[in-house]
Write a protein of this length. Structure first.
Lengths: 409, 189
């Protein structure tokens, strides 16, 4: 062994046989000793052992050298774009505080109550979905259209879904139905043909009672529609002559309207109208809660929260900035479903109430010619003021709101 | 980062302060990125994984109660993602990737030494890639990321004694794999 120099070992890549250490346990702790991760008594013992053991001295020098060689291995630095990507992927800032230590005991009864209510709610939803909904092929949708469900009269038991807009067999999803059909009714009330008036509905046995008073409701998210085309390019407001039809898919719908409103106003724009393509939605002329429609049809505080289609107008110079601002709220994509349903197939009754400009934009403002006093336009129709606004240097964006469906459901 | 600063930072993030999260990102982005690069072996996957990790951290901070140090918790989240990535990909032995070794800084001043260092780094990388995942994890966390035994144990959810023995065995195995190279360097210095 002694005749071999270090160079020869290096050439053939082998290692000289290390002298054996009589104390195997201490030998195994050399790395911890090097890292300073050893308790004082053991460290003292090992130090005394090292004074006597050549094998351990050799090994400890090798470990030290190897550790030093590894220090320089990781030198990669992330690209600057990564930081921006991470920040852009964060959800909107929400204030959330961790529960203080020791509050679990007080929280338990509330948790139990909440859990019980959740179980009841899930059970009720399951029963309604499975008992009242005819089976339909499950689709792979992610988008859920935001819409408002007005109070359902007793003679109508179809929700605000829009079956005529969904082609048969294309991405249909079970829709939660509300109410029970009258006994003995044989016609499928969910048949799109039936809803489009091609078949006469069966006679109703119960006349509609008075609409009960209701508190302003948050939007609920019943109707499922086709998945918006995710990969399609978002149209540029500057490239189009007419209003830009966009879809905004969001996860969190809390104060969504206010967030959109703030962004639009910050860019010098305004919300022209808020409509819904649901026939039952208040702004589309369906039944209106009593509180939401006082005589005279003046400004109503809750009304602007109803609807799923916003028509926005911003100066042309800020159109792209608005797109960027909307992207902070969710995924922006071209408006899906453009089923050009002729209005003759789907009569839209004249709305009893149309939100005023001050309702939509949160305060007194100068009224546009076509907003406030006139009925909001249905989503498919291009606003008549669009071309005019274009000529005046403003862009019109028709924004459909969707809530992203949890993939777990 | 001092414990008080950490607590303050967490409190600000929980209150919805986006700037505070950017501070956290400044402190941990590179470390987490290097960790994910070790596990993925590709820049694109490492970036995706890093993004996922920070998104999880942002969401998880709402429930963070300060039971452990912030850094330890962040590494725990990061390791969970990395181990999940490995489980899905079933990458047991990463191939040596040129991307992981950068040229030494002193390339211009001493090209020969720089070349030697680069060669050594390449050999160490190759040896690392031949270790078992368990051994590699402790080496990455302790030697490359600079975590203490206690922090490595918390990140991997194993006892400190396990970390100690794994690290000792991993180094012994690494030394055997590197063989003569280490011997040569040891005897000539």
């Amino acid at each position: 062994m002694s005749k071999n120099g270090p160079g020869e070992y290096a050439k053939n890549g082998s290692k000289p046989p290390a002298p054996s250490c009589p104390d195997g346990r201490l030998h195994a702790e050399l790395k911890a000793y090097l890292d300073g991760e050893m308790a004082a008594p053991r460290r003292w013992l090992l130090r005394r052992h090292l004074a006597r053991c050549a094998a351990c001295r050799e090994e400890i020098s090798e470990l030290k050298r190897l550790g030093e060689d590894m220090k320089d291995l990781d030198r990669a630095v992330p690209r600057p774009e990564l930081r921006a990507r991470i920040l852009a992927s964060l959800p909107p800032a929400t204030t959330h505080r961790a529960p203080a230590p020791g509050t679990l005991g007080r929280a338990v009864p509330r948790l139990a109550l909440g859990g019980a209510l959740a179980v009841l709610g899930v059970g009720a939803a399951f029963a309604m979905t499975h008992l009242l909904t005819p089976p339909k092929p499950a689709g792979n949708e992610e988008g859920v259209r935001l819409a408002v469900k007005p109070p359902v009269p007793a003679d109508r038991y179809v929700t605000n879904s829009t079956p005529p807009f969904i082609p048969k067999g294309q991405g249909q999803h079970p829709v939660l139905r509300v109410g029970n059909p009258p006994p003995g009714r044989s016609v499928d009330p969910f048949d799109p043909d039936h809803l489009m008036g091609k078949t006469s509905p069966p006679p109703l046995h119960n006349p509609a009672p008075a609409v009960p008073e209701q508190l302003p409701r948050r939007p609920d998210f019943h109707s499922l529609q086709q998945k918006p085309p995710e990969n399609a390019p978002v149209p540029d407001p500057l490239d189009l002559k007419g209003p830009v039809q966009l879809a905004l898919v969001v996860k969190d719908t809390d104060s969504l309207y206010q967030q959109i409103q703030a962004r639009v106003q910050k860019l010098g724009g305004r919300i022209v109208s808020l409509t819904s393509d649901s026939p039952e939605a208040p702004n589309a002329g369906g039944p209106v809660p009593k509180k939401a429609a006082p005589p005279g049809g003046t400004a109503l505080p809750a009304a602007p929260q109803h609807g799923n289609i916003l028509t926005l107008s911003v100066p042309m110079a800020h159109a792209r900035a608005l797109l960027s601002a909307l992207k902070q709220l969710g995924t922006v994509m071209p408006a899906p479903l453009a089923p050009a349903v002729p209005t003759s197939h789907r009569p839209v009754p004249k709305p009893r109430y149309a939100p005023s400009d001050s309702d939509l934009n949160g305060g007194p403002r100068s009224r546009p010619e076509n907003a406030g006093t006139t009925s909001p336009l249905p989503s498919k129709a291009k606003p008549a003021s669009a071309d005019k606004a274009k000529a005046e240097g403003s862009a019109t964006i028709v924004l459909r709101l969707y809530r992203q469906l949890d993939p777990a459901h | 980062m001092a414990a008080r600063d950490e607590r303050n930072l967490v409190r600000r993030i929980q209150a919805g302060d986006r700037k505070a999260f950017e501070e956290l990102l400044d402190a941990y982005e590179t470390r987490v990125y290097r960790l994910t690069l070790r596990f993925t072996g590709s820049v694109a996957d490492a970036e995706d994984l890093t993004q996922d990790i920070f998104l999880a951290i942002y969401k998880g901070l709402a429930a963070f109660r300060g039971g452990s140090a912030l850094g330890t918790w962040i590494y725990r989240v990061a390791m969970n993602h990395c181990l999940e990535y490995r489980r899905k990909r079933r990458v047991e032995c990463l191939p040596y990737d040129e991307e992981l070794v950068l040229p030494a800084e002193d390339w211009r001043s001493d090209p020969e030494q720089a070349a030697d260092r680069q060669e050594l780094a390449a050999r160490v990388e190759a040896a690392l890639s031949r270790l078992s995942p368990q051994h590699r994890d402790v080496i990455v966390l302790h030697e490359l990321q600079g975590l203490t035994y206690q922090e490595v144990a918390a990140a991997l959810d194993v006892p400190v004694g396990t970390v100690k023995s794994r690290l000792s065995n991993a180094f012994r195995r690494l030394r055997d794999l590197l063989g003569g190279y280490v011997f040569e360097g040891t005897t000539t210095t």
